[in-house]
Design a binder for this molecule. Structure first.
Ligand SMILES: [Zn+2]
Length: 148
């Protein structure tokens, strides 16, 4: 269990015990005593709410990371490296098509197509990480016999 959820359970349990104690008491509490107890319970509920919010934030972050890792696993089997770029594999496992950024794949496990920069004769650039690559080491690979 997340530590934040343990905190939430403990504070809710403590607050519940205070309320049960009030309800089960043989004596009648005066107004000031009841107010003090209610302030205690309110504080505990606020602590519990903050702890649940923190736990929820952590779970959202974990879900996002799981999504990234799943995508990375899928991508790993679908691409192969050649020179300074990754490419989708063709039927024989050979690189084919438009190049993907080497840095984005190796560091972040994401497939991001490289695009021509303003100096299209020399560089291709990653729109995500802005790294530039020599065009000749990261060029589009077309099937044999196809011009372009
Ligand atoms: Zn990149």
């Amino acid at each position: 269990m997340l530590p934040e959820l343990q905190i939430a359970f403990q504070t809710i349990k403590h607050g519940t015990e205070i309320v049960k104690g009030l309800a089960a008491a043989d004596k009648a509490f005066d107004q000031a005593e009841i107010k003090l107890k209610l302030n205690d319970v309110t504080g505990l509920l606020l602590d519990a709410r903050a702890a649940v919010t923190d736990a929820n934030d952590q779970l959202i972050e974990r879900d996002a990371e799981i999504g990234r890792l799943r995508e990375a696993l899928r991508n790993k089997d679908e691409v192969t490296k050649q020179h300074d770029a990754y490419y989708t594999k063709d039927g024989e496992g050979q690189p084919m098509g438009a190049p993907y950024c080497m840095k984005c794949f190796e560091v972040d496990h994401r497939l991001v197509h490289l695009i021509s920069s303003a100096r299209a004769d020399i560089k291709v650039v990653c729109p995500q990480c802005k790294n530039q690559f020599e065009r000749r080491f990261a060029s589009t690979i077309r099937p044999a016999g196809v011009e372009g």
